[in-house]
Ligand binder design. Structure first.
Ligand code: SF4
Length: 326
């Protein structure tokens, strides 16, 4: 990365407060995203990917809090920004798209009003000008008959169209960073590909950096420049996307790669994966002192269960968190 990153998670710690104790939900995550770069964050459900995303967007709540480290956005630490400042940043410079647009959209407002609100709130436009911009934004996300659909309510649209509306809202103010959190998971496979392509095309044209969060390593490795892998609140590996596929270094990443269907091998929906990682991701309250992957790792050694490995740099320019040499 030649210039200052747009986002730098620096030793990020997020604590879960429960039973009068503080538990390390996210523990020492370091990740940089360059301006205009597309970075993937992968791992099974419960690994902490969404917690990292929510902390960047200032949306952590309840028992979860940033307890250490910094979230540097365009050089400034936003980890403890007051709510009002964070609200202004969110939507204008940092935007998010979630898995289920129906829960993010207001069912009682037309989609035109919801897109237009971004222009009124962040650009100070009049309602009339905001409506014109909303139609243009709908055209950019390829909603057909945009000048008519602008008055539709969310329930009148298909899942794919609703996700296009979410993209229009997210990109309305040309943010510097878009966080797409499982943005296509709920959609049909063919629509998924269209939506991913649309997000990437629009972000490339605007120079918007993308943090693409997904449990689908295949999708992420195809479209991202770099891929970071999370397991149980730790970032366990980060490499250029092609290296993650060709030379995964951490046993967890190796398991994820081995689980991907390959050409010439049939994956029957509903049956077990072709190769699988035994066991499940531990709960935050059950994290031990050693490597959190040890109970599932076929290569675990005695010290793995008692002492957590540090991060080592790889020749590829990436890094991993494991005792094994490779
Ligand atoms: Fe497996 Fe040990 Fe590496 Fe953890 S540190 S991934 S248990 S070999």
């Amino acid at each position: 990365m030649n210039e200052d990153p747009i986002l730098h998670l620096e030793d990020l710690q997020i604590a879960l407060h429960a039973n009068g104790e503080e538990y390390p939900a996210i523990d020492g995550v370091n990740l940089q995203i360059g301006r205009g770069e597309v970075v993937g964050l992968v791992g099974e459900s419960g690994c902490g990917k969404s917690l990292c995303a929510l902390s960047v967007a200032g949306l952590l709540d309840g028992p979860l809090r940033v307890s250490g480290g910094r979230i540097l956005f365009d050089g400034g630490d936003i980890a403890r920004l007051p709510n009002r400042s964070m609200r202004m940043l969110r939507g204008s410079r940092i935007a998010m798209i979630f898995q289920e647009p129906m829960t993010a959209l207001n069912p009682l407002m037309t989609i035109g009003d919801q897109i237009g609100e971004m222009f009124v709130l962040h650009r100070g436009m009049s309602r009339r000008a905001a409506r014109r911009q909303a139609i243009e934004a709908l055209e950019q996300v390829q909603v057909p008959a945009a000048s008519r659909r602008v008055d539709d309510y969310p329930h009148q649209l298909s899942g794919g169209m609703r996700q296009r509306v979410m993209i229009a809202i997210a990109l309305a103010c040309d943010p510097d960073l878009l966080i797409a959190d499982e943005a296509t998971t709920a959609l049909d496979v063919t629509i998924q590909a269209e939506i991913v392509e649309l997000i990437l095309d629009l972000c490339r044209a605007r120079g918007t950096a993308v943090l693409m969060i997904s449990h689908d390593l295949g999708l992420v490795a195809r479209v991202c420049n770099r891929v970071a892998v999370m397991y149980a609140g730790h970032l366990v590996e980060e490499q250029p996307a092609d290296r993650i596929f060709s030379s995964p270094q951490h046993p967890y990443t190796q398991g994820l790669v081995a689980s991907l269907p390959r050409l010439g091998r049939r994956l029957v929906v509903g049956q077990a994966k072709l190769a699988d990682i035994p066991g499940v991701v531990p709960q935050i309250l059950d994290y031990g002192k050693g490597c959190r992957f040890a109970p599932r790792c076929a290569q675990a050694m005695d010290r793995c269960s008692t002492t957590a490995p540090g991060t080592t740099l790889l020749a590829s320019g990436g890094k991993k968190r494991c005792y094994l040499n490779g």
